[in-house]
Design a protein around this ligand. Structure first.
Ligand SMILES: Nc1ncnc2c1ncn2[C@@H]1O[C@H](COP(=O)(O)OP(=O)(O)OP(=O)(O)O)[C@@H](O)[C@H]1O
Ligand SMILES: [Mg+2]
Length: 314
């Protein structure tokens, strides 16, 4: 097979995707990465997590982020790939019918009819583009894809090369920027198991609900800067409500995503009422809509919100 050089496909990849990925210098020192994650991405991430991810990248191992919904897997994954490569990553949201044509490349039907199955009619897709441009790929919700697709990804990650048989070509990774992070939420319904072969080859990083002081820092960072102002009591009740609900055995447990949304919704409600400070009533008004996502959960959410806020929840 022909080895890859400067050519039609490379040029096309740069034309299509090059401009989208510009970011800055790579940040490969974990302590510095923690600061940039906070300042530029509004993310609170432990240094230990950055270190294990970077160590996996240094060993060419893909990383699996696994944990409950709304705990930062997707955003942290994207941000770490960006800092490591110094370029934005590609994001592949998985679905059952993904195959190599959708992620590596396929042929433009009319062009292929006219000119044949060759480089002129080939349309490069994100996985091949990432390899050529030396940037990362976030494979989101890997359990939603089928086993053949998972094996395809692992083979590419292991060998750091992609074969396109129709073109009789092998494309190889150019540098260390090309890395994979998978995300998965094992509690999600309607999805596939991950095979042993898959799990053996990845480095698994467990995500969970953060300790209360960390979540407090996150909501402070993510609250609207323009206000209305959040007092200590409002922050306290929001964290108390979500932490109790996580212990309640709900079908839909609130993640950090929900605490942040509850803060921002209460701020918007206060603003719509023309007030400068968020009150407990604003939290009560937002709470059911933000936290009770399933009919089965409504009673439990109502009870917890009512108890913590000492109000009757409508
Ligand atoms: N460590 C964190 N720092 C700051 N914000 C966070 C953090 N973790 C979660 N969040 C908040 O949660 C939101 C959702 O995060 P994200 O989508 O990455 O979660 P996820 O684990 O991928 O969820 P899902 O399983 O539903 O896809 C973010 O937009 C942010 O508001
Ligand atoms: Mg996600």
């Amino acid at each position: 097979m022909q080895e890859e050089g400067g050519d039609v496909i490379e040029r096309r990849v740069r034309e299509i995707y090059g401009g989208l990925l510009e970011s800055g210098e790579p940040v490969r020192e974990p302590g510095r990465a923690v600061e940039v994650l906070k300042d530029r991405f509004n993310l609170v991430v432990e240094r230990r997590l950055v270190t294990i991810v970077y160590a996996s990248f240094m060993n060419g191992r893909p990383v699996l982020f696994e944990g409950p919904p709304g705990t930062g897997k997707t955003e942290v994954g994207e941000a770490l790939l960006e800092l490591w490569a110094g370029k934005k990553p590609f994001v592949l949201p998985c679905s059952e019918n993904y195959d190599e044509y959708k992620v590596i490349g396929d042929f433009h039907p009319a062009m292929a009819m006219a000119k044949g199955f060759n480089e002129e009619s080939f349309i490069p897709r994100p996985l091949l583009a990432a390899l050529i441009l030396d940037t990362g790929v976030l494979v989101d919700e890997i359990r939603r894809s089928n086993e053949d697709f998972q094996n395809l990804l692992l083979d590419i990650a292991d060998k750091r090369r992609i074969i396109v048989p129709e073109l009789r070509r092998v494309f190889r990774a150019r540098g260390p920027g090309y890395q994979l992070i998978f995300t998965s939420n094992p509690e999600d319904i309607a999805q596939n198991e991950l095979s042993d072969a898959f799990l053996r080859r990845v480095v698994r990083v467990r995500f969970d609900y953060p300790p209360r002081e960390v979540e407090e820092r996150i909501i402070a960072l993510r609250a609207s800067r323009e206000g209305p102002e959040l007092g200590g009591e409002v922050r306290h009740v929001i964290l108390e409500i979500v932490s109790r609900l996580r212990r309640e055995g709900l079908v839909h447990k609130p993640g950090v995503a929900e605490s942040v949304l509850l803060v921002r919704m209460a701020q918007s409600i206060a603003r719509l009422k023309g007030r400068r400070r968020v009150t407990l009533e604003d939290v009560a008004e937002a709470a059911m809509s933000v936290l009770a996502k399933r009919v089965e959960d409504e009673d439990a959410v109502k009870a917890v919100v009512g108890e913590v806020l000492r109000v009757e929840v409508l």
